[in-house]
Design a binder for this molecule. Structure first.
Ligand code: DP6
Length: 336
């Protein structure tokens, strides 16, 4: 048997930066994101007889490190596939010994900061659950994806998603009401980041004097962001989005030794957003653990914002995308 799934990256408006539990991948605070309609990852999982997992990424053999991260997620799938509480969903003890070949392809450059770990682990969780015959709810699938990468939790969900902090059972993502927005992605760099998010998160928690303040501020910003998103208040949602990014980067930059993800060109794009706002265009900037910047705006301003941003890098205008999908042999996609 073979199972194929597709998932899209997401960009957080209210950022996740800090884990309460590294093994269970529980965040210290919740976060809010939009799943995009570009840069999908498509992943095929096929049971093998090798007694170990293998993985290819974009046609090349995965490194040991990449494979071991994927295998750790598959270990959770094997555990769930033998767990009595999932028996009704297709679990049985012999599946504990199943191993698979993974073949995964990204439409965004891996490590370019377009959240390929989010789409990657969401697609892997979805395809693996299907290959192991587990019939999981969207909530459980998002808990499973979480074990691969925190941000992958949110890529199971279409559109705007909140990922809850809490216990293993409570920490999943779900769709929330939000205004129609566009995300104008400005890709300034295709190079791999020097410090991974995972490592930098750990260093921030251990050494940044602003870490506690960052977490407290995130809880407040998230509660307000969910409220203003539901009310359709785009301007306030945008302000909170830019603030969350800048506060996250401030906490990261305050590490010992310091870590810096934003480059001079990133700041120029934040400046562009401020200038455009002065001229009456509602646009707000955000950035993840890298120099790329994403501009949040309303659909009617997306073309103008994209035209202005092109001087700084490759621009892709994204709308809200679908949640994780299972792909049938004939290519038809089914939402999970
Ligand atoms: C800056 O989800 O990549 O993009 O959970 O360790 O795999 P792990 O980290 P990851 O971190 C994403 C951090 C961020 C903010 C966000 O997406 O909320």
């Amino acid at each position: 048997m073979t199972a194929t799934a597709r998932a899209y990256p997401n960009i957080a408006l209210i950022k996740y930066w800090g884990k309460a539990d590294e093994e269970l991948m529980l965040p210290v605070a919740g976060s809010l994101s939009m799943t995009l309609d570009a840069f999908p990852t498509t992943t095929q999982v096929r049971r093998n007889n090798l007694g170990r997992d293998t993985m290819r990424i974009g046609g090349r053999e995965a490194t040991e490190r990449e494979l071991s991260r994927a295998s750790r997620l598959l270990d959770v799938v094997r555990e769930w596939a033998a767990a009595p509480e999932f028996a009704a969903a297709g679990a049985s003890a012999e599946k504990r010994e199943w191993y698979v070949d993974i073949d995964t392809r990204n439409e965004a450059p891996t490590g370019a900061g377009m959240a390929s770990s989010a789409s990657g682990f969401a697609a892997l969780a979805t395809a693996a659950a299907r290959e192991f015959g587990l019939n999981l709810s969207a909530r459980d699938l998002s808990r499973l994806a979480r074990r691969g990468s925190g941000s992958a939790t949110r890529s199971i969900t279409p559109g705007m998603a909140v990922w809850h902090a809490g216990s293993d059972e409570e920490s999943f993502a779900e769709e929330v009401p939000a205004p129609q927005v566009r995300m104008v992605c400005v890709i300034t760099s295709n190079t791999h980041k020097k410090v991974t998010s995972r490592e930098a998160m750990r260093i921030t928690a251990q050494t940044s004097p602003y870490y506690g303040a960052w977490i407290a501020a995130t809880e407040e910003m998230l509660a307000e962001a969910i409220e203003v998103a539901a009310a359709g208040d785009f301007a306030r949602l945008g302000q909170l989005t830019e603030m969350s990014a800048l506060r996250m980067h401030a906490a990261i930059e305050a590490c010992e030794p310091p870590i810096r993800y934003l480059a001079p060109v990133s700041w120029e794009i934040f400046d562009l957003a401020a200038r455009l706002r002065e001229s009456g265009i509602p646009v707000y900037a955000t950035a993840d653990a890298g120099p790329n910047v994403v501009l949040l705006t309303l659909p009617e301003y997306a073309d103008e914002v994209a035209a202005q941003a092109r001087q700084f890098g490759t621009v892709v205008v994204c709308g809200p995308g679908p949640g994780a999908q299972v792909i049938a042999a004939d290519g038809a996609a089914t939402a999970v």
